[in-house]
Design a binder for this molecule. Structure first.
Ligand SMILES: Nc1ncnc2c1ncn2[C@@H]1O[C@H](COP(=O)(O)OP(=O)(O)OP(=O)(O)O)[C@@H](O)[C@H]1O
Length: 276
């Protein structure tokens, strides 16, 4: 299976500090990855590199068959959907939800004098419907709740039918119901035949949607572990990543983590028999 992207010995340095430190990572077609790590681990920086928004200080980056540094990034970026608070901050608060999604067709935030054809308009309506936000189409982006905003941002990221979808903390700030709604939608997306390759950044194992296949664990700009969820998302690896003893449970394909009680084995602590 061809790689969707491949990072080889990638480092990003700023002010003498390594934000990413010798990261090598290959993601194949059909894979759904979650990137986990504590605050400041370098997760957003990593997503910026994969999104062709940031060039590494060292190493090589191949994305969708192109090599960063040898390709027009503006063209490459149209093949990548990217949601993050940075994207949300660029959308004018007075922009309608419909236009916030539609304007992704021209890779702009804030509709101006661009021309949109019937196909663009139909695609925007379709994607608003698929993400359950059609009723909000006429509202202004600035009036949305956090949960509504997250769904609109994903709809916007999917507007151009990207081959790669990057989600930076899509569950942050959501209440329990909104988080579960979002996870159900991401599970459906991950199972769809025409789904893009998915990479989601999170702080919490509880936010890993069913259907995700792989995990990359980061700390201090370095990869702690990477591989299939079943074998890589372990209490021991989480313990190293977050710097504490962790107990990890799995039930119904979902995960839950907490600090392990002192003196107990970290990964033996639940009743379902579905231990991770
Ligand atoms: N331009 C910069 N110059 C120096 N340090 C930077 C710069 N940009 C980011 N950093 C630092 O790099 C580290 C990694 O940042 P990054 O945002 O990638 O982490 P993160 O894992 O996404 O964090 P969080 O979970 O808190 O969002 C942080 O310590 C941050 O302060």
């Amino acid at each position: 299976m061809p790689a969707a992207f491949e990072l080889t010995h990638v480092s990003v340095e700023r002010s003498g500090k390594a934000l990413l430190d010798d990261v090598s990572w290959t993601v194949g077609e059909g894979e759904r990855w979650v990137v986990l790590g504590p605050n400041g681990a370098g997760k957003t920086t990593l997503l910026q590199v994969i999104g062709a928004m940031l060039h590494p200080t060292k190493g090589t980056v191949e994305i969708l068959g192109d090599t960063l540094g040898q390709v027009a990034v503006a063209e490459l970026r149209t093949r990548i959907g990217h949601t993050s608070t940075k994207v949300a901050d660029r959308i004018p608060p007075a922009e309608s939800v419909r236009d916030a999604v539609l304007s992704a067709a021209h890779a702009v935030t804030g509709r101006w004098h661009e021309e949109y054809d019937e196909e663009d308009l139909a695609r925007a309506e379709q994607i608003l419907g698929e993400w359950g936000v059609s009723a909000l189409a006429g509202r202004t982006f600035g009036t949305l709740s956090e949960g509504e905003r997250k769904r609109v941002l994903i709809a916007r990221a999917l507007m151009t039918d990207p081959e790669l979808l990057l989600l930076d903390e899509p569950g942050a700030g959501l209440d329990l119901g909104a988080r579960e709604d979002l996870l159900a939608s991401l599970e459906m997306l991950s199972r769809a035949d025409d789904s893009p390759v998915l990479v989601m950044v999170s702080h919490h194992v509880e936010e890993i949607p069913v259907g995700f296949t792989h995990v990359l664990l980061m700390r201090d700009g370095k990869v702690v572990a990477q591989g299939p969820l079943e074998t890589t998302l372990t209490a021991d690896n989480l313990g190293v990543t977050f710097g504490q003893r962790i107990a990890l449970d799995r039930a119904g394909g979902r995960y839950a983590a907490r600090r392990a009680a002192y003196g107990r084995r970290a990964d033996r602590s639940h009743q379902t028999g579905d231990t991770a």
